[in-house]
Write a protein that binds this ligand. Structure first.
Ligand SMILES: NC(=O)c1ccc[n+]([C@@H]2O[C@H](COP(=O)([O-])OP(=O)(O)OC[C@H]3O[C@@H](n4cnc5c(N)ncnc54)[C@H](O)[C@@H]3O)[C@@H](O)[C@H]2O)c1
Length: 383
């Protein structure tokens, strides 16, 4: 891989392919590629559904900066013919592991939609296909990358707002019954779980990004409304390595929808309230009573720029890492921690025990699958 270069005309454009040209790729990934068109060109698109490919090509034609690219209905054929630098993966979750590994083996870096995979076992298989200096795989976690999140993390990790003490992490969304008629949704083998894996993962990933390592978790899960194999709500109590304690709710049965993280520190309450994306104004800092240093409080509230959380914001970091030959944001131990957190949440919920970080290893049923083979939560046969 070439030495680190700033994004400039000196370096040839990187060559990217998209795989799975459905909703998320035709929207967020296409926009991200258009934003970074000076740095990366779309050379190929893959979908097993030729009609989806055609629809994507029509949308791409309207997007700024996206030129001609070749359509394929087979991933391996595309990898062989195009040898892309980067693969953006937006297929259903059960395909992520095998397609990520195939792309890595073909020498391409991967930015895969969440969840990167369905279990810790799958994660470790992906990690084994990476090579020192690249290619690496990363998972989309776009809410980490807006300026508000970058700023909040800097304030929290530098100690500027004091030690974190108490946190709430809330994904209370609503999905109707028609949503779960799509065959891959709500099933362990294809979605990996319910709102814990598919929806709340954005917020819990951001919570871990802001607060660091967790050490123990207690949890509950329930199937209250939808006809699914997995849960439609989960709740958890979490203790972090820094001593902070948090509550987590992941729900797809909450009519008044909100995504929310609130962290009370020694000096302030840090609050993010949004739904599917945030800008600086969605972050509120409330100083503790008696903290009268107005200049300091103003610093908390005013990041230098206002960049919304987005796929484009994360892609910038991935392209820079690719050029530098370093691990991209959203990969490695950082990504594994979020998958492990979810495995532990399910294990705690289904066994009724407190689960500690690091305990789910090979041989543990929750290492292989989020349902852990628990008889009350097992996949339905012939589903
Ligand atoms: N980051 C986010 O905010 C966000 C939002 C929505 C969805 N997602 C994730 O994106 C992924 C896709 O979701 P979606 O809503 O776009 O789904 P979708 O069903 O709209 O699109 C998936 C596409 O993959 C194609 N496909 C299926 N099998 C394939 C194969 N073997 N090879 C190539 N293409 C294949 C399908 O034909 C379809 O066009 C999921 O993992 C989902 O969790 C992320």
């Amino acid at each position: 891989m070439a030495a680190s270069l700033p994004s400039s005309a000196v370096a040839p454009r990187l060559r990217a392919a998209v795989v799975g040209t459905g909703a998320i790729v035709s929207g967020s990934h296409l926009r991200a590629l258009a934003v970074h068109a000076a740095d990366v060109e779309l050379v190929a698109a893959v979908d097993i559904d030729a009609a989806r490919l055609t629809a994507f090509a029509e949308r791409a034609r309207e997007a700024d900066g996206i030129g001609e690219f070749t359509g394929y209905t087979d991933l391996d054929a595309m990898l062989e013919a195009e040898r892309p630098d980067l693969v953006l993966l937006g297929t259903p979750p059960s395909l992520h592991r095998a397609q990520t590994v195939a792309a890595l083996r073909a020498g391409a870096w991967v930015l895969c939609e969440k969840p990167l995979c369905l279990s810790l076992a799958e994660f470790d298989e992906i990690a084994a296909a990476e090579r020192e200096g690249g290619p690496y795989a990363a998972v989309v976690a776009q809410h980490r990358y807006g300026s508000g999140a970058v700023h909040a993390r800097a304030l929290l990790t530098s100690g500027e707002v004091g030690e974190p003490l108490v946190a709430h992490c809330q994904t209370t969304w609503y999905r109707n019954r028609a949503y779960y008629e799509v065959p891959w949704r709500g099933r362990w083998a294809t979605e990996g779980g319910g709102p814990t894996m598919g929806h709340g993962i954005h917020q819990t990933d951001l919570l871990l990004h802001l607060l660091g390592d967790w050490v123990e978790i207690r949890a509950m899960a329930a199937r209250l409304y939808h006809d699914v194999e997995s849960e439609d709500v989960s709740t958890a109590l979490v203790r972090f390595a820094n001593g902070a304690v948090a509550t987590v709710v992941n729900s797809v049965i909450s009519p008044d929808e909100v995504s929310r993280i609130r962290i009370d520190t020694v000096e302030a309450t840090v609050e993010l309230t949004h739904l599917y994306g945030h800008g600086n104004d969605d972050w509120v800092y409330t100083p503790r009573s008696g903290l009268d240093d107005q200049a300091r409080v103003r610093r908390w509230r005013t990041p230098a720029s206002d960049e919304r959380s987005s796929h484009a914001a994360q892609l910038a970091g991935v392209l820079a890492a690719l050029r530098a030959g370093t691990r991209p944001p959203g990969g490695g131990a950082d990504a594994r921690r979020t998958i492990e957190f979810n495995a532990a949440l399910y294990k705690a919920a289904f066994t009724g025990r407190t689960v500690t970080a690091g305990e789910i290893a090979e041989g543990d049923p929750y290492y292989r699958a989020m349902h852990g083979d628990h008889p009350d939560w097992a996949p339905k046969e012939n589903a």
